[in-house]
Design a protein around this ligand. Structure first.
Ligand code: PRP
Length: 217
């Protein structure tokens, strides 16, 4: 079978994309064009390996991969859980490590302990709902926000938030604490289900090479 088809890899814009490119460099796949901080280009080609990389908003990466517009993607586990797309999750890349947590002022701990009907602000309503309803069996009101989630308990929109905590700096600087840990998170590689069959050899080799450089072999 000829290998003239490009394999397309969707990268979540920002920190993860930068780390992902470093990882590909470790296995000899470079894409210098993509590192130009001033570029507005969205798609980058590596002719040698017949790979095509593109940058997308994190939450859109699982969508591109499910529909096969990208054969593979690199995205945070938080996004994979929230988007719940039909895709294969094949590799923990070990970077982008953080935790999904319930956070709030210290006083909100009592409300959690007593299973009060509280308001929970979050960018991750599916994860929050699963945690409170299915794991804790606590009825809450979930309010979807799109960013700066830490504002919500400070200005009285909600009692707690469900959000990503990495260094903890945002919480500290806003007088909030981690009250409960929902789950650990890191960057993952995901694969389209049809591509996994049709391009199995190339994709399996790429995964094996990445595992090798990650010390997972
Ligand atoms: C994320 C997250 C927290 C912060 C956590 O926000 O929502 O606000 O990072 O990181 P820290 O523990 O290292 O402080 P992001 O910067 O992605 O922006 P957002 O508020 O627009 O979601």
């Amino acid at each position: 079978m000829g290998n003239d088809r490009y394999l397309t890899i969707a990268l979540g814009k920002g920190r993860l994309a930068k780390k992902a490119l470093e990882l590909f460099e470790n296995i000899g796949i470079t894409c210098d064009e993509m590192k130009d901080p001033n570029t507005r280009k969205l798609i980058f080609v590596n002719e040698e390996y017949k790979l095509r990389f593109f940058l997308a908003k994190g939450p859109d990466v699982p969508t591109y991969v499910e529909y096969g517009a990208a054969d593979m993607g690199i995205v945070g586990e938080d996004t994979i859980l929230e988007e719940a797309r039909n895709i294969y999750e094949v590799l923990d890349l070990g970077f982008g490590k953080c935790r999904m947590c319930v956070c709030g002022p210290k006083g909100a701990q009592d409300l959690l302990n007593h299973q009060e009907l509280i308001r929970v602000a979050t960018k991750y309503p599916r994860i929050a709902k699963d945690y409170f309803y299915n794991q804790k069996h606590q009825t809450v009101e979930i309010i979807k926000l799109n960013g700066s989630i830490e504002l919500a308990p400070i200005v009285g929109l909600s009692e707690v938030i469900v959000d990503i905590v990495e260094t903890g700096n945002t919480l500290r600087e806003n007088g909030l604490d981690v009250l409960e840990v929902v789950c650990p998170l890191s960057a993952r590689m995901v694969v389209n289900q049809v591509s996994m069959k049709m391009e199995n050899e190339r994709i399996t080799k790429l995964i094996a090479d990445l595992k090798g450089t990650l010390g997972q072999n």
